[in-house]
Design a protein around this ligand. Structure first.
Ligand SMILES: *Cc1c(COP(=O)(O)O)cnc(C)c1O
Length: 230
């Protein structure tokens, strides 16, 4: 994509994050804008890196596996944010630093077993189905305490927090309601797992609401790279 446009988009995004942080008296440093680079070519990721972005999120494993080696010289941090099939856990454990979409014990156990010994523990967030829709992926609120207790016992994972993709809405009050639910859920789980310090919530359309409710990672695709074709 056009480098000037990309650089303008990133400046605007930084401004949005800064203003939202100020409004809720939070430090901008406590919020990571994770660049969601799914469907974008490696050249766009390289250009975003040139604008200062270092952490990238991918949802489609095959696509990510083509781009990661091409960008090896940049020392980027890779986050897997898509749905996980159990036959894909080894590849994820071998190529990513973070996984945001762990939603059941079997996946967590396999990621831990398959994490190469020479790599740092895999940083994981548990994906939560906060809207309770049966069609959505993510663990239910009821399943969480047990799941967290089981995951903290896994030696090659570090459980860092929660991730959610609430039902899309332009109503800021509803956006904040969902994000607030994730925040209070994390606070409860911190008594079980003190390493949980991360709220991965908010995308291009609802960054402000997410930051107001305590997001520490916002996952931003469209606002950086423009609309996706697929
Ligand atoms: C695609 C995607 C995003 C980015 O969404 P935008 O609206 O383009 O910012 C964030 N999180 C997940 C899990 C995604 O799949």
């Amino acid at each position: 994509m056009d480098k000037q446009l990309l650089s303008d988009n990133i400046s605007k995004l930084r401004q949005r994050v800064r203003l939202s942080a100020e409004k809720s008296q939070r430090s901008e440093c406590d919020i990571l804008a994770l660049a969601v680079s799914k469907t974008r070519p490696a050249a766009d990721i390289r250009a975003a890196h040139d604008c200062g972005l270092l952490e990238f999120g991918e949802s489609y494993l095959q696509e990510a596996l083509q781009k990661i080696p091409e960008l090896e010289d940049l020392d980027l941090t890779w986050h897997f944010i898509g749905p996980i099939q159990s036959n894909k856990t080894r590849t994820i454990a071998e190529h990513f630093d973070w996984v945001h979409s762990v939603d059941r014990y079997k996946i967590a156990r396999r990621l831990s077993e398959q994490r190469p010994p020479n790599m740092a523990p895999l940083q994981v967030c548990i994906q939560v189905n906060i809207s309770g829709e049966t069609s959505k992926s993510g663990a239910t609120l009821e399943e969480l305490p047990r799941l967290v207790r089981d995951i903290i016992a896994l030696p090659r994972l570090c459980v860092r927090g929660l991730m959610a993709i609430p039902a899309a809405t332009s109503d800021t009050r509803l956006q904040r309601q969902s994000f607030a639910r994730l925040r209070t859920t994390l606070a409860q789980l911190q008594t079980i797992a003190p390493t949980m310090d991360t709220l991965s919530m908010g995308m291009s359309g609802d960054i402000e609401a997410a930051i107001a409710e305590g997001a520490t990672i916002v996952r931003v695709g469209t606002a950086i790279f423009g609309a996706r074709n697929r």
